[in-house]
Design a protein around this ligand. Structure first.
Ligand SMILES: NC(=O)c1ccc[n+]([C@@H]2O[C@H](COP(=O)([O-])OP(=O)(O)OC[C@H]3O[C@@H](n4cnc5c(N)ncnc54)[C@H](OP(=O)(O)O)[C@@H]3O)[C@@H](O)[C@H]2O)c1
Length: 170
């Protein structure tokens, strides 16, 4: 997201940062991902080593790969049944908003720029900073192929007991 929590506009994500893509691939490798039906449509070819759970309200929707789920709790139940200890929500805006109340960890890329927005802009939901503790931060300077400086930031929800509460693992 950018400095205003912008995720995308009508043309998609307005930045291309190869180091962020590597960070995403490294963090999510082999994991189960929860994605919205719209984001899934844009990510064809990305899921070679992921299991995507696609959030949709459509009964007859049959994606070529992955499984359709009708709610975030249903996705968490499926991940738990498959003995996954983490389910990674990968957006977009609607699905981040639906998943945030269940999340116990936020792995964020903060692009240090304010992109010009339009009426079709999509944002990451605001979160209550009082409820989250920053546990890791890496500053990534701009370079020849990554035009914006960015921060990789990890937050953990405070008061999370650390018990096997799989339903909170997003
Ligand atoms: N910057 C980033 O890191 C980032 C990450 C991911 C995506 N994006 C961008 O975000 C944009 C897409 O975001 P978006 O918010 O428009 O769409 P989205 O969240 O990817 O998908 C929305 C769809 O998910 C389903 N859905 C959402 N909430 C649901 C719920 N509570 N229950 C059941 N189904 C639900 C609905 O599908 P049905 O219509 O089938 O019911 C809805 O139309 C794209 O432009 C993408 O490029 C950016």
């Amino acid at each position: 997201m950018d400095d205003n929590r912008l995720l995308a506009d009508e043309h998609g994500i307005p930045w291309h940062q190869p180091k962020d893509i590597s960070h995403f691939r490294h963090y999510t490798q082999g994991k189960w991902l929860l994605v919205g039906r719209r984001t899934f449509g844009e990510m064809q070819g990305w899921f070679t080593d992921h299991t995507p759970l696609i959030l949709s309200s459509q009964c007859g929707y049959t994606p070529a790969i992955g499984r359709v789920v009708a709610s975030v709790p249903q996705a968490m139940a499926q991940a738990e049944a498959a003995e996954q200890n983490e389910l990674v929500c990968c957006g977009g805006g609607q699905v981040y908003a639906a998943a945030l109340p269940y999340a116990d960890k936020l792995v964020l890329t903060r692009i240090q720029h304010q992109f010009v927005t339009s009426s079709k802009a999509i944002y990451f939901p605001n979160w209550n900073h009082e409820e989250w503790l920053e546990i890791d931060r890496r500053e990534i300077p701009m370079d020849e192929v990554n035009p914006w400086p960015m921060s990789f930031v990890t937050l953990e929800r405070k008061n999370f007991g650390g018990e096997s509460r799989i339903e909170s693992k997003l």
